[in-house]
Ligand binder design. Sequence first.
Ligand code: NAP
Ligand code: F7E
Length: 336
Amino acid sequence: MTKVTKALITGITGQDGAYIAESLLSKGYQVFGMYRRRATDPFDNIDHIKNKINLVSGDLCDGHSIQEVVEETNPDEVYNLGAQSFVKVSFNQPHVTRDINFYGVDRLLHSLFRFNKKIRFYQASTSEMFGDVLETPQSEFTPFNPVSPYGEAKLAAHELVKEYRKRGMFCCGGILFNHESPRRGLQFVTRKITHSVAKIHLGLQDKLSLGNLNAERDWGHAIDYVEAMWLMLQQDTPDDYVIATGKKITVRDFVELAFKKIGREIEWVGEGLDEKGYSNGQVVVDVDEKFFRPNEVNLLLGDPSKAKKELGWEPRASLEDLVFSMVQNDLTLLEK
Ligand code: NAP
Ligand code: F7E
């Protein structure tokens, strides 16, 4: 009889957790998802697969719970996706961010190493580690230069992953650039834009207020990116990989694409805090200082050549498809 592979996913309730759970189930895995106690129901993203996965309670801030989860689930592969993932919040909650995003990884790796050194481990590293970028595009060879507590904590965790790799564990760091989907949290700029555009279309909101419209990002689709996580753990040797599309646009461009989906063109007038986006003579976008960050990452553009060559990975979704599917999903949700 062939043995069923067991995967433990931390961050199961988040965007990537839900997608990788679906993908692993389709590959015949037994899936365990670690969730933390919350006052409200956090299972929106996984409601449709809740009866197919095994939910286990635990928190990356609590070493006891992690040890229990590891022993109880006895996984072959671990995908560590749990994190305080919102960069802006990391500036006023740096300790929580460090506790989850660095010490959480430390606790988990420590438990896994003691329990079974053969477990394969994926760490959700990030392009935010490049921060104030030292070269463009960014690859596995680009020096890191984080500018937020989020980026700093993720970099410390990334270094720890390398350390455990040197100790013989199969650990990979996926340096993933921004990836989005209809399941993206509402705080992140892409979903904030698509949700607001849908509301404006339905007459439920007048305008959308944003921060830095000039920020440039390399945005891909989360479904493509979780496939790269799995591919990393199927290789003969563990390594780190940049996962990106190799294309970038500004926040302003993203806004235009989202409005295009509802058949509206945006005309930009003014600069800086006074910049406004007009459609049919009405202000539909403006700039609000409160959405700026104490320290900004102005540009991220990834070079995924290594992942393409060694993993055979390719991003499939186009940016237009991604934006349109997000707006369409928000229209459907709001029309319910
Ligand atoms: P997400 O939607 O914000 O999900 C984060 C998950 O972490 C949620 O399930 C959350 O649970 C869980 N979590 C938070 N604190 C925890 C704790 N103390 N213990 C256990 N779980 C905890 O993030 P995502 O977009 O799916 O990203 C997945 C991972 O990739 C994160 O580590 C993120 O930092 C990293 N990453 C993301 C991107 C991107 O563009 N999406 C790019 C690079 C790296 P609750 O539901 O209870 O809050
Ligand atoms: O911001 C600018 C903002 O919050 C993108 C996380 O998944 O990707 C994500 O981090 C850009 C920034 O994502 C608003 O200043 C303008 O330049 O959507 P975001 P992020 O900070 O890039 C990385 C790779 C991760 O690892 C993280 O976990 O958009 N921006 N106006 C705005 N951003 C937000 N949120 N809201 C605005 O109103």
